[in-house]
Design a protein around this ligand. Sequence first.
Ligand code: ASP
Length: 302
Amino acid sequence: MIKHLRSAADLDAETATLILDTAAEMAALSGREVKKLPALRGRTVVNLFYEDSTRTRISFEAAAKRLSADVINFSAKGSSVSKGESLKDTALTLQAMGADAVVIRHSASGAPHRLANWVEGSVVNAGDGTHEHPTQALLDAYTMRSRLGRLDGLRVAIVGDVLHSRVARSNVLLLTTLGAHVTLVGPPTLIPRDISAKAQVSYDLDAVLPESDVVMMLRVQTERMQDSYFPSAREYSRRYGLDVPRLQKMPEHAIVMHPGPMNRGMEIAPEVADSPRSTIVEQVANGVSVRMAVLYLLLGGK
Ligand code: ASP
């Protein structure tokens, strides 16, 4: 088993499949009255969040607690980080406390890679800048597999602000490792060259929809945009928003995904987000099982 999960590229098909299979076993637990397993009793998991998060932070906390680990939640606000403490000094403090795993979210791409040099425990990337978010890709793959029964040969469209999306980057890496075919869809200004080499690219959403088993909508990340990448929100929505007429162009079995948080009415219409074809709430639930599997396996579970 690998020691760290910094990138979806750390996972070969065998390891990724082991994580998904273990997550399925963990999911069986959540149906029970007592949801806890003793697997990580006496181990310490630190959640180190330098960037805002709702789902991911709660999900890692729930996952670690369900495995009976001790959980320390650290957020940059209210800590010595606001006094200018560097990531390295914070890491040395965590090291001194004996963290077995550090889950990190940071606005700087590559922060988890740096951290892994300074702590002895496992490092899990919970989102680094615009770079990667590997556990989101794992929970997305898990959701696709459980809804559609397979990943191999699946046609997945990832739509919208790919440029700023660590979710898209990790998904392209993981899904192609697992045999899915990925098409990136969006305005040319929002499709970066580096990952488009591993996928197909289209600027025409209407043409891609009938050919897709999965349509993953991405949030338009205005907080990361220094330039204007499209003429107006209305124009973006008209060309790349998923509304009901577009949903009807998808094959009947096809599902709609979104990592959250959503801009309802921009990249996705509320009726689509709340439709039975949408897996958005399921993705959140699956996130806990997948993160349980990741922590369990990285920390030496068999
Ligand atoms: N929640 C995801 C992330 O942290 C997606 C997003 O923010 O749009 O990357």
